[in-house]
Design a protein around this ligand. Structure first.
Ligand code: NAP
Length: 236
């Protein structure tokens, strides 16, 4: 077991990539704090993990709400005594030409995808620095490294996330804290479902989860700071 008794927080765990990361981490022996806004889906995952014998707590919350994020990190430490891994996964997309993008839509994208990750990172670091140990995994996107027609605001949140993560890494590596960014291409989830043409050839949530396990499970002295994840053969 690569993550035996490691305490992991996963945001956006109610479905898609986050759900898969939570299941894979639990399978590697981690104790889980799962979060999201959908109580039914969160309870379903909670019950599934408990049935497998994993230690888990679920904390409902919206990552764009600072108090919710503070409660998530604090609640995790109160329940498990520490926080070893934070996965900043919660996110969403709005895809339309900039000329049709409302300011509120732009703000909400940054509020969830970037600001939420910033608050969770800051709050987790308070404990990780004291522990002199920790891993922060950010689920960015290849849209954070490339231009995306009709996805300017979404891509900007992911470019921002990558820049933020790489800079934080320089600040905290002296505390033995590893900061990892995973940038997947298209993944077969509910996210942007209408755009999917080749669902059988794109990445699966489990592929991203495997990459997260790999990064979190490395020896503490080694940091896999950036992972670009693509389907091997996307063209059918
Ligand atoms: P998904 O299936 O739509 O899941 C998104 C997750 O984020 C859900 O669990 C949702 O939970 C949570 N979430 C959304 N807004 C939230 C908020 N305001 N507060 C708390 N939780 C929130 O999408 P996914 O594909 O798994 O996406 C996960 C991450 O991967 C995102 O950051 C996305 O940008 C990134 N990504 C996705 C792809 C892709 O093609 N799918 C590719 C690259 C990167 P609730 O609804 O319960 O709140």
């Amino acid at each position: 077991m690569k993550l035996k008794d490691r305490v992991a927080v996963v945001t956006g765990a109610s479905r898609g990539i986050g759900r898969s990361i939570a299941l894979h981490f639990a399978g590697e022996g981690a104790k889980l704090a799962i979060s999201g806004r959908d109580p039914d889906r969160l309870t379903e995952l909670h019950d599934e993990l408990r049935a497998k014998g994993n230690e888990v707590i679920s904390i409902l919350g919206d990552v764009s709400n600072e108090a919710d994020v503070v409660k998530l990190i604090k609640g995790t430490v109160e329940a498990f005594g520490r926080i070893d891994i934070l996965v900043n996964n919660a996110g969403f997309g709005i895809f339309k030409p900039v000329i049709h993008m409302k300011t509120e839509e732009f703000d909400s994208l940054f509020g969830v995808n970037m600001r939420g990750a910033f608050i969770a990172t800051r709050e987790a670091l308070r404990y990780m620095i004291a522990q002199n140990d920790g891993v922060i995994i950010n689920i960015a996107s290849l849209a954070g490294k490339n231009a995306l027609e009709n996805g300017a605001a979404y891509a900007a949140t992911k470019w921002a996330m990558i820049g933020f993560a790489k800079s934080v890494m320089l600040e905290v590596r002296k505390h033995n804290i590893r900061v990892v960014t995973i940038s997947p291409g298209s993944v077969d989830t509910d996210f942007g479902l209408s755009n999917r043409h080749n669902r059988d050839r794109i990445l699966k949530p489990d592929d991203v989860a495997e990459a997260a396990v790999l990064a979190a499970g490395l020896p503490a002295t080694a940091m896999m700071s950036e992972i670009d994840l693509r389907p091997t053969n996307p063209k059918a």
